[in-house]
Design a protein around this ligand. Sequence first.
Ligand code: ARG
Length: 463
Amino acid sequence: MSDKSSNQMWGGRFAAGPDAIMEAINASIGFDKRLAAQDIAGSRAHAAMLAATGIISDSDAETIREGLLTVLSEIEEGRFTFSTALEDIHMNVEARLKEIVGEPAGRLHTARSRNDQVATDFKLWVRDQFDAFESGLLALIRALVDQADAGAEWVMPGFTHLQTAQPVTWGHHMMAYVEMFARDLSRVRDARKRMNECPLGSAALAGTGFAIDRHMTAEALGFDRPTANSLDAVSDRDFALEFLSTASISAMHLSRFAEELVIWSSAQFRFVALSDRFSTGSSIMPQKKNPDAAELIRAKIGRIFGANVALMTVMKGLPLAYSKDMQEDKEQVFDAADNLMLALAAMEGMVKDMSANVENLEAAASAGFSTATDLADWLVRETGLPFREAHHVTGSLVAMAEGKGCDLPDLSLSEMQSVSSAITEGIYDVLGVHNSVASRLSHGGTAPARVREQVARWKEILA
Ligand code: ARG
């Protein structure tokens, strides 16, 4: 058909075809071709149901279902010509089906609309993305647990305000991210469960007068049940928004870790070496090894959260039921999903490959009077000093060490006693970084013993 004629799918009341600009703004085929497999799966389920309920004949349904498989293989093999005049994937598939099987193709659109069709296709697509998201998170969590297992006892500086605060263990730091990604995982599973209701059969907005079996199509497409309200079903994009919001939170977590890896791999820190496989060189500075993957992961939150805001803004204030505004949902989700999966995979690869510089970590952990809190705690425990006073005494000792240009354990006993006569030799036991971390045995604390418990718990969960 020529682009000048009215649309073959809905052109009955139209004398003329659309303006070229109208066609350009209206068409979604440029991007919704990504829904081809879902569209065909939905149509095959719909045709089988129409036959089972006696709405179309078994032989028409068989012809349609076979023909749709032919269309699918044409698309998969790149032999399909997509037409902008046919607007979207739904009409492109149906028009081609008509060319292949003829008259029965015209019966496929009985008791449905593109409104429930697109909601179903898109849900199927987003559901796959939730599954990929879940696998990506699990793989990353596994890599982090392995790092924690290897370095349950390695000591490193813990920071607040990016200033050295107290020594922590490498394993504890890795397991902190395991907790974050595990919450992401739980959000993903929760959202995936909530979205798994089938819109198909809601038709344009009001349901249909045909005696369809929505439970049959829901089951055939792997949904838990059909949606309960047809107006809601064709207007709902919560599932896409939940994908984008869970993706945003996860991308935010990824960006924090990515930022740490950028800092840790710098020449000033040298806490970790990233592998060659996840670094790049500079075209002008031969010595450079840049953490590009980490930087890009750090940046991905921009477009992913941008997609979340964009779709939220598209949906805001839309009256029920379907409005064409909602066609703007797909590109945002496609882009966010592609980039999220890439970021998860790149982070997993980096974590698997990276090697901690255990000596540098320990040296940095000892710097900056990182065991001052341990000293104050010792004064409270061993001499009965109130914590506020112990804090003061410790502050004086830190000032003394700073003045001498040495670390706390380098102060002599008599120097210490000049500040507080209650101090004894035993104080040196808590000043080393290993003593410090080993003592932090409180539930959720950084002690290697606690980290090993968490690693064991996670290994069991992951097994
Ligand atoms: N291409 C459309 C979309 O993605 C399909 C639904 C069109 N429905 C309609 N009544 N025009 O939203």
